[in-house]
Design a protein around this ligand. Sequence first.
Ligand code: FES
Length: 150
Amino acid sequence: MSELTDLYQELILDHNRSPRNRGRLENPDGLAQGYNPLCGDQISVSVKLDGDRIESIKFEGSGCAISTASASLMTQSLKGKTLEEAGELFNRFHKLLTEEGNAEELGQGMGKLKVFSGVCQYPARVKCATLAWHTVKAALNNKEGNITTE
Ligand code: FES
């Protein structure tokens, strides 16, 4: 196993053990529930906006290590971003996980989110890693209710 892979695994374990931005915001501007029907895991994401910028974002729910770490890193990455930047990051993250290709190239400029590039080899785990992202997309679109990764 390469040193880089070890580092990535350590990052996922760290965010699973100590998730950042866990909880629910009071009076959020956007709130959605996400559900992975493959395993039954659920997550909720709440967002507060300052104009078109994400001022704060929190998540709560239960899931596997990958989904929890992904939600935690996602909240860190999206805080302070504009809605447009958040949409771009969503698309890039999705591409990183679903497209075969040069992970280094696809992950360029994505910071710690690159840690999930290896997940594309495990289709079932892609849903784990994207659960929080689909959920925040729904929250930002103000779609109340539930979304699934299907
Ligand atoms: Fe349920 Fe990963 S196994 S979200």
